[in-house]
Design a protein around this ligand. Structure first.
Ligand code: BDR
Ligand code: CA
Length: 318
């Protein structure tokens, strides 16, 4: 049986590939897409989710907009990485994408979807955790309808937006704290795992070789993402963070997991938003979170390339 999933995202180049992977793979039943302010404003991330679905022919998956700012503090965006549109690189054209926005807000769409589905559903947040935390605060009774939370965020080591903090957690540390302390099963893929999956020139060439309009668009996305990562971090190739979440749901053996206590630094002068991951069990706190560690990168890229092929109608199987 496919895994029923709601993606909560802030597209974002890597979020876009996660949408493709979730929509393309038969092991995933993509029930809904919700958006949050993160890589760009809510207006832009919502438009981008619709754009990605339109170009990839993903229809019938409701898309609803959620929170436009964190629970506390000021909003931040990542236009140094994702550009002014949040999805810079390809020309999407000026017109409206022919995939509608659901009139419900994200929390209502998630609630309705959880209540309508016969089985508990997996939530996959790949942006700031504002929507998920707000849902848990507003509807505590829905916890039983949530099978687990599989998130991209945090790190077992250093950050990317400050020396200590990763972007998604830093955008809304209080929300991440609520999610991690919710008592729900949480699996966290942080930078220590996602920095292993880099879109090298070989990967980009494999996608280009599919020769479809969708593959050409994906190459444009990766080219922009790659130049941003080169400029900002000096990386040879950009890490495609978010699809590690859905890749794990498709193939649980793809990433090794360890159990650890994970807490969020909410007050540090220089460390607000850092995830403190107790890999050695020294705090005595319960090892409640599954944390991604070593990734089988070849199999990861096989899944991503295959998703672009399936949705683009390209030649295959390889
Ligand atoms: C995370 O931040 C965003 O820029 C990416 O989409 C990813 O979710 C990586 O820190
Ligand atoms: Ca993201």
């Amino acid at each position: 049986m496919p895994v029923p999933v709601i993606l909560d995202c802030d597209p974002g180049h890597d979020d876009a590939f996660n949408i493709l992977l979730a929509a393309a793979h038969p092991a995933i039943d993509l029930l809904a897409l919700t958006t949050v302010a993160g890589n760009q404003t809510l207006e832009k991330t919502t438009l981008n989710a619709r754009r990605v679905c339109a170009v990839a022919g993903i229809r019938g998956v409701p898309i609803a907009a959620g929170r436009d700012r964190p629970l506390h503090g000021a909003r931040r965006t990542a236009e140094n990485i994702h550009g002014d549109s949040g999805l810079d690189g390809p020309g999407f054209g000026e017109g409206e994408p022919d995939v509608p926005q659901d009139p419900r807000d994200a929390l209502t769409l998630i609630r309705d979807t959880l209540l309508a589905h016969p089985e508990p559903v997996t939530l996959v947040p790949t942006g700031p955790l504002t929507n998920i935390a707000a849902l848990l605060l507003a509807h505590p009774g829905l916890a039983g309808r949530i099978r687990r939370i599989v998130m991209m965020g945090g790190s077992t080591g250093r950050g990317n937006t400050t020396p200590a903090a990763e972007f998604n957690v830093l955008c809304d540390p209080e929300a991440a704290d609520i999610v991690l302390r919710s008592g729900l099963p949480v699996t966290m893929f942080g930078l220590n795992a996602t920095h292993q999956v880099r879109a090298t020139p070989e990967v980009v060439a494999r996608i280009a070789a599919l020769g479809t309009p969708l593959s050409a668009l994906c190459v444009e996305l990766l080219t922009f993402f790659g130049s941003a990562y080169r400029e900002v971090y000096g990386f040879d190739a950009p890490p495609l963070h978010d699809p590690l979440t859905v890749a794990h749901l498709i193939d649980p053996s793809l990433v090794e997991l360890v159990r650890a206590a994970v807490t969020v630094e909410l007050h540090g002068t220089y460390t607000r938003g850092a995830t403190v991951v107790d890999l050695h069990g020294v705090t005595g706190l319960p090892a409640a979170v599954e944390v991604g560690t070593r990734v089988d990168t070849d199999r990861f890229w096989d899944l991503v390339v295959e998703a672009v092929r399936v949705l683009g109608g390209g030649p295959g199987p390889r």
